[in-house]
Write a protein that binds this ligand. Structure first.
Ligand code: ADP
Ligand code: ASP
Ligand code: MG
Length: 442
């Protein structure tokens, strides 16, 4: 069994959905196809949710109409057969009505509302495939994606539920299901957080012991820097699970931060491919190809740096433990740490409990907080031994760097900069680490 996931732009128009059908058709064997919502739809649903929450129902109705028309237009453009078109429209209206009912319940769960994008699209897509002669079974992710702990999903539970779903459903070569959706520990409909369809694909991949997971998107694989901010980035042909996990966790938008973990232990490879240029090689994430040295750079925003300065730290033991205990108590993960003899700086990305943390840290020394920072992460197996790595420190000449973490692992060097300097830092690092390398090689 293979798992193929298609993201928002891959299913964003009738034309791209036709590409998706060809990709599915070109591959033999049983497959589970995971689809996202059409691009933009999750954002529309978030807005609808907010508007209804504030009781602005007039505006909400306008937005709902827009959402409905977008999907009806897709059905119109995609499905040729009159009868199938009618059936699909009716099924869509039923689901749309469910969304209207959900919005009427007060209070409603925002997470539940935003999952409708995946439900709409998977329904239309499944009907379209069937019309085109691709026999398929639509699976409801709510039947098996029972994930109480998003950080550490219960693969065995999903495995058991998915097994009985597959046994119950008509046997077909192609199963279609929704990404993003999960059932939480209270049995409520929830999500795997933004961009979560990638994660659905690898959770399912691990649950069915898939031979591979393919993630189809709008770019030809994992690039060596963020193409949204830096020019001349290039696609990597391979990454190890560790490298990909690190880059995804530290902000590379192409993968949801947790995508790699479910398949890593089982050694199931992930292929990142472009729906619009399916013959391009893309990136293979596995443990097959280890190449030493610098691979890629990514950046994660929304970081808060906290500095605790205390003379009591001087020659004292147990001080760090007390500090870490405060973060532990408030269930807040620490990403970066640097220390000097009298101070410790650390970063967090989840500032929900910041006030409580700060009031407890107060007794340990003088506290400074810097919000709106970004961690820039330079990744590659053995990167700290790469001959070009020293150039990274030239960045200190060009812009202020708040923290550097070097040597914590041989595969990662992290720098903390003010978010206003992030794009410049990414560009400069690209020049220093990749473009100079190319010049040297020519
Ligand atoms: P999908 O809707 O298919 O899930 P996403 O928008 O979530 O697609 O992810 C693909 C986008 O990620 C690309 O279009 C690109 O702009 C962005 N991106 C950020 N960093 C990288 C990177 N290192 N390599 C490739 N793409 C990246
Ligand atoms: N549709 C969801 C989102 O936009 C999930 C995904 O695309 O992966 O976040
Ligand atoms: Mg995505």
């Amino acid at each position: 069994m293979k798992v193929l996931k298609f993201g928002g732009t891959s299913v964003g128009s009738a034309e791209s959905i036709r590409n998706v059908r060809e990709i599915i058709n070109s591959q033999k064997g049983r497959k589970i196809v995971v689809v996202s919502a059409m691009s933009g739809v999750t954002n529309q649903l978030l807005e609808i949710s907010e508007v209804y929450n504030y009781g602005k129902e007039d505006k909400g109705q306008g937005l709902m109409l827009e959402l409905k028309l977008k999907h009806l237009q897709l059905i119109e453009e995609l499905i040729e057969n009159k009868e199938t078109k009618k059936v699909t429209r009716n099924l869509f209206h039923e689901l749309y009505h469910q969304l209207e009912e959900t919005l009427k319940t007060k209070p409603f769960y925002e997470a539940e509302v935003i999952t409708f994008g995946e439900s709409f699209l998977s329904l239309i897509f499944s009907q379209y495939l069937e019309e085109q002669g691709v026999s398929n079974t639509l699976l409801d992710a709510k039947d098996f994606m029972h994930v109480s702990n998003v950080e550490n999903p219960e693969i065995q539970t999903v495995q058991k539920l998915l097994k009985s779903t597959l046994e119950r459903e008509v046997t077909s070569e192609v199963y279609v299901t929704q990404g993003f959706i999960r059932i939480d520990r209270n049995k409520n409909i929830s999500t795997l957080k933004r961009g979560g369809s990638d994660y659905t694909a690898t959770i399912i991949g691990a649950a069915v012991n898939a031979t591979e997971v393919q993630i189809w998107t709008d770019i030809d694989g994992f690039h060596n820097n963020d193409p949204r901010f830096v020019e001349n980035t290039t696609a990597l042909t391979s990454l190890t699970f560790e490298e990909a996990a690190e880059l995804a966790y530290f902000g590379a938008k192409i993968l949801h931060p947790q995508t790699v973990s479910p398949v890593k232990e089982k050694g199931i490879p992930i292929y990142l491919k472009n729906t619009f240029t399916p013959n391009a090689p893309g990136t293979c994430i596995s443990d097959e190809h280890h190449t030493i040295g610098l691979k890629a750079i990514s950046a994660k925003d929304g970081i808060t740096a906290i500095k605790i300065k205390s003379n009591r730290m001087l020659m004292a033991h147990g001080f760090l433990k007390k500090i870490f205990d405060v973060f532990d108590k408030h269930e807040t993960a620490i990403d970066m740490i640097t220390t000097s003899e009298i101070a410790i700086s650390l970063t967090i990305d989840d500032a929900r409990n910041l006030d409580k943390i700060l009031s407890e840290l107060d007794e340990y020394g003088e506290i400074t907080v810097d919000s709106d920072h970004s961690i820039i992460c330079v990744v590659g197996e053995g990167v700290i031994n790469d001959h070009e790595t020293f150039r990274l420190f030239e960045l200190l000449n060009d812009l202020p760097v708040r923290m550097i973490s070097y040597g914590g692992s041989s595969n990662n060097i992290s720098l903390l900069v003010d978010t206003t300097n992030k794009v410049q830092a990414l560009k400069l690092l690209h020049q220093k680490l990749f473009e100079v390398k190319i010049l040297n090689a020519t």
